[in-house]
Design a protein around this ligand. Structure first.
Ligand code: BES
Ligand code: MN
Ligand code: ZN
Length: 520
C-alpha cells in the first residue's frame, strides 16, 4: 500500500500513468463532456461502456489501454459510482477508496482524476475533493506493525501516490488528505494492543506528535490529578498496571490571524475562548469488578478511540493551520481488576465536588470524562465543547456502525456538526436529553450514581451523567454552554471490510471535527 498520498492541481502537461474518470451506471455513451477523450482513446471508451459486462456499480474499476502512444494517459480507469440519482458522499468516498486500491494493485504512483459530468452536477468541487481524499486515505491504511516472524510475507510498501485533481478541488483535497492521514495515525494508535498502548505510551505519543506539528503538550499525572480532586479518573485507573493521567494538548490558533481578547478569566487573559475537545482513552476496558463476560471483552483495546480521535483531530488542525484556539483533554486510564481496583458501592468525589456512588465499574468512561469536562470547562472557559467516547454498547444497538449518537445543547453548534457530517460522510444522529433523564442519575447515598438500576435509555443515561459536569453552573442546571457529546462506540470500529476500511478502527471523528473546526 501507499505510504503517502499527495494532491496537485491539474495543470501540468506530463502524461499520467492513469486517468481516472468517474461514471454513473446510467450514463450516456460516451458520458457528457468526454467526446474528445473518447476520440483520444480511439473510441475505446464508448466501446467498453457498451459491452454487456461493463459495470459502473459503486467502486467498480475498469481499465482501458490505448492502442497507441498518443492517448493522454497510459491507461484510462473508469470508476463506477452507481446510479446518478443515488449519488452520495458515502458513495463517492467508497468509489475513491476502490480507485486507490485498484491503483495500488497495479503499482501505479500517479493518477489524474476527472470527476465527470454527473458528479460535478451533484456536488461542489470542494465536496468532491474532500470525498476523494477521504476515500483514498482511508483505503490505504494498513496495520502491520505487529506482523512477526510467522506473519504474512512483507508486502512492499509503495512510496507516494500523486493525485492530480481539477484546480477547483485542490484545496479541499489537500485539506482532506491532511485530515485523512491524521485519521490513519489515530487508527494506528487505536489498533496498538493494550500491553503496549498504556496511558504512559499515549503520553509519549502525544509529546512526539506535539513536537512534530507545533502543539503544546502538558500532562496532569496521577499525583497532580489527586491534588486537583479528580476522583473519577483516579478511581478508574487505580487498578491499572500503569497510572492514569490527563493529557492536555493545545493549539494556540494560527499566528497572524486576529484574536478576540477576553477578560473573562485571569488564566485565559489575552487569549481567545477556545474550542474544548475531550476524549475517552481507556486503554483497555475489562469492565473492572463488573467484569465483561461472554466474550464482550474482546476488542476493548478500542475503548481508547475517543482519545485517539482527539489526538488525530489536534494533529490535523495544527497541520491545517486553523485560526481557532483549541484545547484537548485526553483522559487516559486502564480499567482493570486488582486488589487496588475500585469497587461497586465505592463513593468517590469528582473534581467539581460532585459525589458519585459506583453502581457499575463498567460504566467507567463517564467517570474519567466527567473530571475532564468539569476541569476543562472551568479552566479554559471554552466557547464550545465536544467529547468523543466509546461510551455505551446501547448506542451500537440503536445506531449500528453507521452513525454516532449525538447529544447537543445548542442548535447552532448542531448545525455545524450536520454540515461537517455532510461534507465528510462521518454522520451522527441527535438524541434527546432533558431533566427527566438527568434525574435518572440521582443516587440515594451520593449526588449521582454512574449507572441507573434500570437498563432503560442506556446511551442517554451516559449523556445525562456527563451533563452534570459541563460548564460553571453544573451540576445544578442543564448545561447552557454549547456542548456536543458523541458516543462513538459503534462508529469507532467496523466489523466488516469494505473498500473504505478493513475490519478494525475507522478513525471516526477526526475528519468530522477537523472539518468543523476548519470552517469555524
Ligand atoms: N467501553 C464500553 C462501551 C462499549 C461497548 C464500547 C461495546 C464498544 C463496544 C463502556 O465502558 C461500557 O462498558 N458501557 C456499559 C455501560 C453500562 C455498564 C452502564 C455498557 O454499555 O454496557
Ligand atoms: Mn466499561
Ligand atoms: Zn469503556
Amino acid at each position: 500500500m501507499y505510504k503517502q498520498i499527495k494532491a496537485t492541481a491539474a495543470s501540468g502537461r506530463a502524461r499520467p500513468q492513469a486517468l481516472a474518470l468517474f461514471v454513473t451506471k446510467d450514463a450516456a455513451v460516451p458520458p457528457p463532456g468526454t467526446r474528445s477523450l473518447d476520440r483520444a482513446f480511439a473510441g475505446q471508451l464508448s466501446r467498453v461502456m457498451q459491452r454487456p459486462e461493463f459495470d459502473a456499480g459503486t467502486g467498480q474499476c475498469t481499465t482501458i489501454y490505448p492502442a497507441n502512444g498518443e492517448a493522454p494517459a497510459e491507461r484510462l480507469v473508469l470508476v463506477g459510482i452507481g446510479p446518478r440519482e443515488a449519488i452520495s458522499t458515502r458513495g463517492v468516498c467508497l468509489a475513491a477508496a476502490a480507485l486507490a486500491r485498484h491503483l495500488a494493485a497495479a503499482k501505479l504512483t500517479n493518477v489524474r482524476v476527472e470527476f465527470g459530468e454527473a458528479l460535478t452536477a451533484a456536488m461542489t468541487p470542494a465536496h468532491l475533493g474532500a470525498c476523494l481524499a477521504h476515500g483514498m486515505t482511508s483505503a490505504v491504511f494498513t496495520f502491520d506493525r505487529f506482523q512477526g516472524a510467522a506473519g504474512r510475507e512483507n508486502r512492499k510498501a509503495l512510496p507516494t501516490l500523486t493525485v492530480r485533481v481539477p484546480s477547483t478541488a485542490h484545496d479541499a483535497a489537500a485539506a482532506g488528505l491532511i485530515a485523512g492521514t491524521a485519521a490513519n495515525h489515530a487508527r494506528e494508535l487505536a489498533a496498538t494492543p493494550p500491553n503496549v498502548a498504556t496511558p504512559p505510551f499515549l503520553v509519549t505519543h502525544c509529546r512526539q506528535v506535539a513536537r512534530k506539528v507545533g502543539l503544546s503538550c502538558k500532562v496532569i499525572d496521577a499525583k497532580r490529578a489527586a491534588r486537583l480532586g479528580m476522583g473519577g479518573l483516579l478511581a478508574v485507573g487505580q487498578g491499572g498496571s500503569k497510572p492514569p493521567c490527563m493529557i492536555v494538548l493545545e493549539w494556540e490558533g494560527a499566528k497572524g490571524k486576529p484574536r478576540r481578547a477576553t477578560g473573562a478569566s485571569s488564566r485565559t487573559q489575552g487569549q481567545a475562548d477556545p474550542i474544548l475537545l475531550v476524549g475517552k482513552a481507556i486503554t483497555f476496558d475489562t469492565g473492572g469488578y463488573s467484569l465483561k463476560v461472554g466474550g464482550t471483552m474482546k476488542g476493548m483495546k478500542y475503548d481508547k478511540c475517543g482519545g485517539t480521535a482527539v489526538i488525530g483531530i489536534m494533529e490535523a488542525i495544527a497541520q491545517l493551520g486553523v485560526s481557532q484556539r483549541v484545547v484537548a483533554l485526553i483522559a487516559c486510564a486502564e480499567n482493570m481488576i486488582d486488589t487496588n481496583a475500585f469497587r461497586v458501592d465505592d463513593i468517590i468525589t469528582l473534581c467539581n465536588g460532585v459525589t458519585v456512588e459506583v453502581t457499575n465499574t463498567d460504566a467507567e468512561g463517564r467517570l474519567v470524562l466527567a473530571d475532564a469536562l468539569a476541569y476543562g470547562t472551568r479552566m479554559y472557559r471554552p466557547k464550545a465543547v465536544f467529547d468523543l467516547a466509546t461510551l455505551t454498547g446501547g448506542v451500537v444497538v440503536a445506531l449500528g456502525n453507521h452513525m454516532a449518537g449525538a447529544w447537543c445543547t445548542d442548535d447552532a453548534l448542531w448545525h455545524r456538526v450536520e454540515k461537517a457530517a455532510a461534507m465528510t460522510g462521518e454522520r451522527a444522529w441527535r438524541m434527546p436529553l432533558d431533566q427527566s433523564y438527568r434525574d435518572m442519575m440521582k443516587a440515594s447515598h451520593a449526588d449521582l450514581h454512574n449507572s441507573a438500576p434500570v437498563r432503560a435509555a442506556h446511551p442517554i443515561q451516559g449523556a445525562a451523567f456527563l451533563s452534570h459536569f459541563v460548564g460553571e453552573q453544573a451540576p445544578r442546571q442543564m448545561p447552557t454552554i454549547p456542548w456536543c457529546h458523541l458516543d462513538i462506540a459503534g462508529t469507532a470500529t467496523s466489523d466488516e471490510s469494505n473498500a473504505l476500511h478493513d475490519k478494525g478502527p475507522t478513525g471516526y471523528g477526526v475528519r468530522l471535527l477537523a472539518e468543523l473546526i476548519r470552517r469555524w
